[in-house]
Design a protein around this ligand. Structure first.
Ligand SMILES: [Zn+2]
Length: 400
């Protein structure tokens, strides 16, 4: 991979509300950086770039005609086994690259500047995070990358390879816009030994874990069968949840378990559209924590749509807005940055909107969308590459 671009400096504003945001070497600053470009936006409004706190770039081609399951799945495990666990095995570097570029391009154009990705590609584990990182670097987005180690295809060796990929990327990454997390797929596809290995890696690298927890009742039953109160308690008992760990879903956590996750300084990520689509239920107890962010779990990274879905499904507007804004703190923690978007030391990630339309996007002090167009890539070419890759991926899935 070529050397990552350095962080940028820019001043944006004043906007319609009189706000000006200075970014110096990638971080918000109280003062303009000497010689930094100025992007005036007197008719528009500056807002913080949105954060998608749990997603899967590898599924980025799904909107381009992923065939429906026939016969229709009868449970969540079937959706995993027949769709997503087939797609991840069918991925090649070309299809993963096409999916990641399309997903990130559309994310930036929707005003989403930071993405917490959870990746799996069992047929090509080593180097897979570099494919994702190259797409982030090309387009200029900010991200947390992890490989979700699992034993579901190749047993303990597969899990070891997944954790090794997390380690390799964490050690080799030089991008100021990317950080690694240690990853597990979910408790129900790994042994205690793999969870202990993930815990040891978290300790060695000083990194938190990113894992699916209690997305479906199956994860809870599995943990109980292993004589734990639940999947959260199992991960905690094995030492795998350092503060800052990212727990996706928590649909089937009790109020007391959500409180426990909060006390252990873990983040929970609510993915309302995905949960509804998969029929796993609504994560009704997440309100017991004040550390809940919003993710799309592979759905397009339009965070306003995700926020609106949360409201439609029963969340108050204030709570939905709070969860959306918590993504900033989750992401900033991984970069040792100030969590409040407009404070000095916060990540220099912002969006200029004209009405509801995204006009400009700045990430890490670098302009990555200008006048509604990607600065560093050609959207038409990205879409054409994705349209070419998608049917090949569907065909490869059908052969598995
Ligand atoms: Zn997920």
């Amino acid at each position: 991979m070529s050397a990552p671009a350095p962080s940028g400096s820019i001043s944006v504003g004043p906007d319609r509300a009189g706000r000006t945001v200075h970014v110096h070497q990638g971080r918000v600053s109280a003062h303009p950086a000497p010689g930094a470009p100025v992007l005036a936006c007197p008719d528009d409004l500056i807002e913080a770039g949105a954060v998608n706190a749990h997603t899967h770039l590898y599924s980025g081609l799904a909107p381009l005609g992923l065939p429906a399951l026939d016969p229709a799945p009868t449970c969540f495990l079937e959706i995993l086994e027949r769709r997503w666990w087939r797609m991840d095995r069918a991925l090649t570097p070309d299809s993963l690259r096409a999916a990641a570029r399309l997903y990130l391009a559309e994310a930036l154009l929707a005003g989403t500047t930071g993405l917490v990705d959870h990746h799996e590609s069992p047929s090509m584990i080593e180097g897979s995070l570099d494919v994702l990182a190259a797409a982030f670097e090309e387009l200029g987005a900010r991200g947390l990358l992890t490989y979700g180690a699992t034993e579901r295809n190749g047993g303990p060796d597969e899990a070891a390879a997944g954790l090794a990929e997390c380690r390799r990327f964490a050690v080799q990454n030089r991008s100021p816009r990317l950080r690694a997390l240690v990853g597990l797929h979910a408790g129900f596809t790994v042994s205690d030994e793999t969870i202990r290995a993930a815990a040891a890696l978290c300790g060695a690298l000083g990194l938190p874990l990113h894992v699916h927890v209690a997305e479906d009742g199956h994860d809870v039953t599995d943990a109980r069968d292993r004589r734990h109160a639940g999947p959260l308690e199992r991960l905690l008992a094995l030492g795998a949840l350092p503060p800052g760990s990212v727990l996706a879903h928590g649909v089937h956590l009790t109020h007391a378990q959500v409180t426990l996750a909060s006390a252990r300084r873990c983040w929970l990520v609510h993915n309302p559209r995905s949960n509804e689509g998969n029929g796993v239920g609504f994560a009704a107890n997440l309100g017991a924590s004040d550390r809940v962010a919003l993710g799309t779990d592979g759905w397009p990274a339009e965070m306003i749509a995700e926020r609106n879905a949360a409201v439609r499904l029963g969340l108050s507007r204030d709570e939905a807005d709070r969860r959306l804004s918590h993504g900033h703190a989750l992401l900033a923690g991984a970069f040792l940055a100030t969590p409040a978007p407009w404070s000095p030391g916060a990540p220099g990630d912002l969006v200029v909107r004209r009405g509801s339309a995204v006009l400009h996007v700045v990430v890490d002090g670098r302009l990555v969308v200008k006048d509604g167009h990607l600065v560093h890539a050609d959207l038409d070419e990205i879409r054409a590459a994705a349209r070419a890759a998608a049917p090949l991926l569907w065909a490869a899935m059908a052969r598995l």
